[in-house]
Design a protein around this ligand. Structure first.
Ligand code: BGC
Length: 657
């Protein structure tokens, strides 16, 4: 027996969502789209069906994303998210049987590169409701022998992108594809046939299993995370005391949810409405994660409408979304519980709301994230959350009438505008994301002899690459996506420097400005809060702990100090900096500044001035008594002298950061 939980949302305290404490470090924050819904200009099974669809609206140009890719990546980046889920349009890559379109493949390759350059991890879906017309004419998923065509496509695109794309979804929502296309008749091919439903369901599961096995054997297969995306639609008896309502709920739940999940666990699949189960080769354990798409619950009676346009029953206290089904965030937890027996990492690969005027979306975002955070706190292994969708788009049978976007799209002008719901999501995301790292990389290695008299120390190679690359590796591993490198006045030395997977910006000084002057000179590029690092020090500490100290202390700046160092240069007490003394002559020094701090931009704005000035000598005395101290004795490595450089080299040889 199940319980249909309902919460008193007005009394829920959402504060941890925005103070950055609700989700773990490394949580995958994302937004999702699908090719046919945004790209525009596609010719596939859907474009063929559109004139016959319920709305009869044509996808046409959609969001014209095919031509606006770079601009749209900016939109993703502006939300502060670290992950983006999109789908790859098979009909573009193989428009005719046997013809591979290299240009289209290049487009996706560039999409991936542009995402990575912004520090956004791509997640690619290989089938999201659409496929080429020629394959549809062969019978699509209705015929087992067609599966190989799809596998060939999957392998080819995987080989092209898997050196850069680590996250892969095989099939999006096989239960929705089959039920909408073959039971309700609202998706192509628009039929109502249980016999064909069963064939398609079976073949989709076979295809998923074969795809997983094939990709795992390719180069990069083992390190890739490949999973199935399952929409969990909950079914609850309208009257819980009515056995017929109860039976109906159980039946639909079995057909729509449980049989698919069970197949991944047992290796046997009983397709919806089928009387027997089939062994599907390779399906047992064929997912490295389970993608959960969650939208709502439906209340069941034996006389439920089988048409989407008839309003479903809802509870009196529930609010209808534009899709007419209710907002029911409590169900997301039940969806997690339903898949937890698979013992796989769970990723919310879609969750969002159709809400034209955006009056529900902020609350929708809060509720579903609150439920997710609580599930994680209770020990469920939820790794990420992708909001559906980045922007308003072509909502299948509903055409453009249902708006799911965090950005509003004006389909006439193709203008995108951030909605309040988008702002809300971005605020929650950014409060949990690692701040920007700002690296002071202008210093010259005057004590290192001729090798760096004229080049910045941060570019000296240690263990095969510049120290700056090692510093960025560490920051990236800690979850930082953006770096600002202050190059001093010798910026040309940094030409051609790249760091994959992070957005790295370089900023130069017209003439040497000192540590403080360099920050002031870059003030337009500083985020509200940043992590300040030195370009010639490697300090591999846990950033999450440092940020936690900073957040708790609510200080303008938090400095990392070590007590296990031969010299001391500061005095701290009760977690606060009392005095800083670079000359080490003061009495009672009990710590040494280890070189990683968190700074609120307001400090730069209050104490900054143009010209040459020193950060330590200006800001530390001015803020004495207010700078928070984060004690961490992790050794830090600098390269001030040839001996210390050699020690760093030795350390890096032994460790992988
Ligand atoms: C699909 C999306 C769709 C969304 C909203 C999901 O079932 O994967 O393509 O836009 O629901 O209805």
């Amino acid at each position: 027996m199940w319980t249909e939980e309902h919460r008193e949302w007005a009394t829920v305290d959402y504060s941890s969502l925005k103070d950055g404490t609700a989700f773990p470090k490394g949580f995958m924050w994302g937004v999702a789209t699908a090719s046919h819904q945004i790209e525009g200009g596609n010719t596939n099974n859907w474009s063929e069906f559109e004139p016959r669809s319920k709305s009869q609206q044509l996808s046409g140009l959609a969001c014209d994303h095919w031509n606006k890719r770079t601009e749209d990546i900016e939109l993703i980046s502006a939300l502060g998210v670290s992950h983006y889920r999109f789908s790859i349009e098979w009909s573009r890559l193989v428009p005719e049987q046997g013809r591979w379109d290299a240009q289209a493949a290049q487009w996706y390759s560039e999409l991936v590169d542009e995402l990575l350059a912004k520090g956004i991890q791509p997640m690619a879906t290989l089938h999201h409701f659409t496929h080429p017309v020629w394959w549809d004419e062969l019978g699509g998923f209705e015929r087992t022998e067609n599966i190989q065509h799809w596998i060939d496509f999957c392998v080819r695109i995987f080989d092209l992108l898997s050196d850069r794309v680590e996250w892969w979804c095989t099939i999006n929502e096989p239960a929705v594809y089959t039920s909408m296309g073959y039971v309700l008749g609202e998706f192509p091919p628009g039929v109502r046939s249980f016999k064909r439903t069963r064939a398609v369901a079976l073949n989709m599961m076979r295809a998923h299993a074969q795809c997983y096995r094939a990709l795992k054997q390719r180069p990069f297969g083992r390190r890739s995370h490949i999973g199935l995306v399952k929409n969990i639609n909950l079914f609850d008896p309208y009257r819980r005391w009515n056995p017929l309502h109860w039976l109906q709920a159980k039946l639909l739940d079995g057909m729509f949810n449980r049989c698919w999940i069970k197949a991944l666990k047992t290796g046997r699949f009983r397709p919806p409405s089928g009387l027997r189960s089939y062994k599907i080769p390779g399906i047992k354990g064929s997912s490295d994660f389970i993608g959960v798409n969650y939208y709502t619950h439906l209340l069941t009676t034996p006389f439920m409408p089988t048409k989407v346009e008839i309003d479903p029953l809802i509870r009196p206290w529930e609010t209808r979304t534009d899709f007419r089904y209710p907002m029911y965030a409590e169900g997301l937890r039940r969806a997690f519980d339903m898949v937890k027996g698979l013992n796989l990492p769970i990723i919310v690969t879609e969750n969002g709301v159709a809400d034209d005027d955006d009056d529900m979306r902020p609350e929708h975002v809060r509720r579903h994230l609150q439920v997710t955070a609580e599930a994680i706190a209770d020990g469920l292994d939820v790794r990420g959350f992708y909001h559906w969708s980045l922007m308003d788009n072509f909502e299948w049978a509903e055409g453009y009438d249902q708006r799911f976007g965090l950005y509003h799209v004006d389909f006439e002008s193709q203008e995108r505008t951030l909605k309040d719901g988008g702002k809300e999501y971005a605020e929650i995301v950014t409060s949990h994301r690692m701040p920007q790292v700002v690296i002071m990389a202008g210093g010259l290695g005057t004590r290192l002899g001729s090798m760096t008299e004229k080049t910045p120390k941060s570019l000296i190679e240690v263990n095969g690459k510049p120290i700056l690359s090692h510093i960025l590796d560490w920051a990236q591993a800690q979850g930082c996506l953006n770096a600002l490198v202050l190059t001093g006045h010798l910026a040309e030395h940094f030409d051609g420097f790249t760091h994959s997977g992070m957005a790295v910006k370089f900023h130069r000084e017209p003439s040497p400005l000192g540590t403080g002057g360099a920050l002031w000179n870059a003030k337009e590029h500083l985020e509200e809060r940043f992590i300040l690092l030195w370009g010639d020090d490697l300090h591999p500490i846990d950033y999450a702990g440092l940020i936690e100290t900073h957040q708790k202390g609510e200080a303008p700046m938090t400095m990392c100090a070590t007590e296990s160092h031969t010299e001391m240069n500061l005095r701290h007490q009760n977690g606060v900096l009392e005095a800083y003394d670079k000359t080490s002559t003061l009495e009672g020094l009990n710590g040494y500044e280890a070189g990683t701090s968190v700074v609120e931009k307001s400090v730069v704005m209050e104490h900054g001035k143009s010209g040459v000035w020193s950060w330590e000598q200006t800001v530390y005395p001015a803020l004495a008594g207010r700078i928070q101290i984060h004690l961490d004795d992790t050794p830090f490595w600098d390269m001030g002298t040839p001996e210390r450089l050699a020690l760093l080299e030795e350390f890096l040889k032994k460790t992988t950061l």
